[in-house]
Design a protein around this ligand. Structure first.
Ligand SMILES: CC(C)(COP(=O)(O)OP(=O)(O)OC[C@H]1O[C@@H](n2cnc3c(N)ncnc32)[C@H](O)[C@@H]1OP(=O)(O)O)[C@@H](O)C(=O)NCCC(=O)NCCS
Length: 428
């Protein structure tokens, strides 16, 4: 293969170098385009645009492949702990036993949040969506740790900020859950591992003993791993672009959480359950909703279906679907919504509309059913996605800063009115 692409514009010939990735994917380097020709590229929604090179995650949407730092998502979900995957994403390699013990120890000893953070809850009206609260809580960490405002932190200080985020996020997420229920907050316990600690803070009631069910631990660990990173998606790109202005890491993660909230991104997991419930309450007719999803005059979309980059079954959805069956079975729960989900999937996959557009279930299609079986309220689903995605966002931010990438600032093609004269108010 040649290592340049050729562009012919207004009689000028330009050679554009090709960049080849470690999996042979090819990008055309247009960094000199505007200087050489005066033209820019336009790619609304970035459907063809690589915003960076990256060493973190490889995704082949046509083949349904997802790997972090070379390790397949299937291997990681089967064998790793979430903290191991977080270490891998952030540091580039799996930790050895000593590195893991140190990492785990450091995380366990940063889980407490400043008591003043509880005061923030007093300002929110009852029933506030926890994703809005989470953006504010994470951003507020910059007030509790003002040294994070320094964009040129030492490596040790940067690592401390990262550890604080990973350690405090489960505490904050559990606080959101407790506060929404009007229950007292349960404090973290250093003797517990990351996932058990989170489940204990979430589900233990202060008046009663709580036994952490290993089925829950396994399920939660797997779900967090499956959400840990997904290369340059909407929220990761947001984190990188906010970070490119040298905003502090807490602010960047808060921005990522805000991007994740939308129903076209992480907010889909809440919408899926609401959709499945609506179908159930409407008599359970999957075909009727498939027809609605196909009707261009109907705003209804099949939530949890379709993906910008997967044009094949999302490998995370394959793992979650299998887990969903196993976990409900182990917990002895029979959820009619799972049957509707399967029926909907089967009907959609057999329909040419979905086949032609290569629309398959994505990570959000079955995850909510597991969260619900574990006892999480539906508003918490996207918050759980954010908890899983945190190490991915941090690793994307860190890579961008380590590579000293410039501020993210896309161009545009202006299509508004040409220059015109000021019109006084009385003449308008
Ligand atoms: C994820 C998503 C935003 C990707 O969007 P995108 O890459 O911009 O793709 P498009 O919206 O252009 O979709 C391509 C075609 O498939 C259709 N389509 C995509 N997702 C669909 C869905 N969930 N239900 C019905 N039709 C869908 C579009 O209408 C479009 O049809 P057209 O070519 O006839 O106009 C989109 O698939 C979606 O909205 N899915 C539901 C929300 C969701 O589950 N999000 C979580 C993603 S992990």
């Amino acid at each position: 293969m040649s290592n340049t692409a050729h562009l012919s514009l207004n009689g000028k010939e330009l050679e554009l170098p090709l960049i080849e990735g470690s999996e042979q994917e090819v990008g055309i380097d247009i960094s000199k385009l505007r200087a050489a020709t005066g033209a820019v590229t336009v790619d609304v929604g970035f459907k063809n645009t690589g915003s960076t090179t990256s060493n973190i995650t490889y995704l082949d949407g046509e083949a349904g492949v997802l790997r972090h730092r070379g390790y397949s998502i299937e291997d990681l979900a089967e064998n790793a702990s979430f903290l191991e995957v977080a270490y891998l994403l952030i540091n580039g390699e799996l930790p050895n036993a000593q590195e893991y013990a140190d990492w785990d120890h450091q995380i366990r000893h940063h889980t407490l949040v400043n008591e003043d953070m509880e005061n923030i809850f007093k300002a929110w009206p009852t029933g506030s969506h926890p994703m809005g609260q989470l953006t504010a809580m994470i951003s507020s960490l910059s007030s509790f740790y003002p040294e994070s405002l320094n964009p040129n932190q030492s490596e040790e200080d940067q690592h401390r900020t990262i550890r604080r985020l990973i350690a405090k996020m489960p505490t904050i997420v559990a606080m959101l859950h407790k506060k929404a229920a009007g229950h007292p907050v349960i404090y973290p316990q250093n003797k517990l591992d990351y996932v058990s600690n989170f489940l204990n803070m979430t589900f233990k009631n202060i008046t009663e003993d709580y036994e952490i069910d290993p089925v829950y631990v396994e399920a939660m660990n797997k779900l967090l791993i499956l959400h840990a990173d997904h290369e340059q998606n909407c929220s990761a790109s947001t984190v990188r672009i906010v970070g490119s202005s040298h905003a502090n890491l807490y602010a960047c993660i808060s921005a990522g959480i805000a991007a994740l909230w939308g129903p076209l991104h992480g907010g889909a997991n809440q919408k899926v359950i609401e959709m499945l419930e609506a179908i159930k309450n409407d008599g359970g007719d999957a075909q009727k909703y498939i027809e609605k999803a196909k009707d261009k005059n109907d705003p209804f979309r099949l939530m949890g279906f379709g993906h910008r980059v997967y044009k094949n079954y999302d490998p995370r959805a394959t793992i979650i679907k299998k887990s969903c069956d196993e976990i409900l079975d182990k917990l002895g729960i029979s959820d009619p919504v799972l049957e509707i989900a399967k029926q909907l999937e089967e009907t959609a996959l057999a329909d040419p509309y979905f086949a032609e557009r290569k629309l398959f279930p994505n990570v959000d299609f079955y995850s909510g059913i597991i969260y619900r079986a574990m006892g999480f309220p539906v508003e918490m689903f996207t918050v759980l996605f954010a908890l899983g995605r945190l190490p991915g966002w941090i690793s994307q931010w860190k890579e961008m800063r380590d590579q000293k990438q410039p501020i993210g600032r896309p161009r545009q093609i202006y299509t508004g009115p040409a220059a015109r004269d000021w019109v006084p108010m009385e003449a308008r």
